[in-house]
Design a protein around this ligand. Structure first.
Ligand SMILES: Cc1cc2nc3c(=O)[nH]c(=O)nc-3n(C[C@H](O)[C@H](O)[C@H](O)COP(=O)(O)O)c2cc1C
Length: 166
């Protein structure tokens, strides 16, 4: 690799520029707290461990989702399929009554499982860890399904499908 900067810290723009080269699956994190259903578009997800099945998500504390996920201690990671770009936009647009117009079933803790998603993971929070503006939610997976549909990706500031040229 060339053009490496070996200074001990990086500024925000350098950090963001580097991450534009990283492709991620697009998910909608859904939750249910005291009967209120909510979802937000997210790419900050990682599988952590298969035994026991464990994942993490990273949520900005300024989102409406944050207190709902924190208080309910339950969420579903819905990985969008390539035909669901409109849901990526919809769930990042701070719309009200989101689930009046989105078809879903419910997971073990009542969180929405979005129809047509490429895969979902039904999760229960194990721990929360604050890092700057965001919180890392570590969670046990209590339900999972993969539909063998092509995933929706996010790369270099835009939605992509597998096989797209950047
Ligand atoms: C492609 C994409 C990925 C995103 N990933 C995240 C993420 O991982 N964590 C996060 O906190 N916000 C993420 N966001 C921003 C939230 O979707 C956005 O702030 C949303 O309005 C939050 O909704 P809420 O306030 O209704 O919860 C992402 C947005 C887009 C478009």
């Amino acid at each position: 690799m060339t053009n490496r900067d070996l200074s001990t810290t990086v500024d925000r723009d350098t950090f963001r520029h580097a991450l534009r080269s990283v492709a991620s699956s697009v998910a909608v994190i859904t939750t249910c707290h005291e009967g209120h259903l909510h979802g937000m578009t997210a790419t900050a997800f990682s599988s952590v461990c298969a035994d026991p099945p464990t994942v993490l998500i990273v949520v900005n504390q300024s989102t409406r989702s944050h207190p709902l996920i924190s208080d309910s201690r339950a969420f579903v990671v819905n990985f969008l399929s390539q035909d669901q770009r409109h849901l990526g936009d919809f769930f990042s647009a701070k719309t009200d009554d989101q689930f009046d117009s989105v078809a879903f079933t419910r997971g073990r803790n009542g969180c929405p499982i979005i129809d047509g998603a490429a895969a979902y993971l039904d999760c229960e929070t194990i721990s929360e860890s604050v890092c700057g503006t965001h919180t890392v939610f570590l969670a046990r997976v209590v339900g999972a399904f993969g539909a063998n549909l092509s995933p929706l990706l996010y790369h270099n500031g835009a939605y992509r499908i597998v096989g797209d040229a950047a």
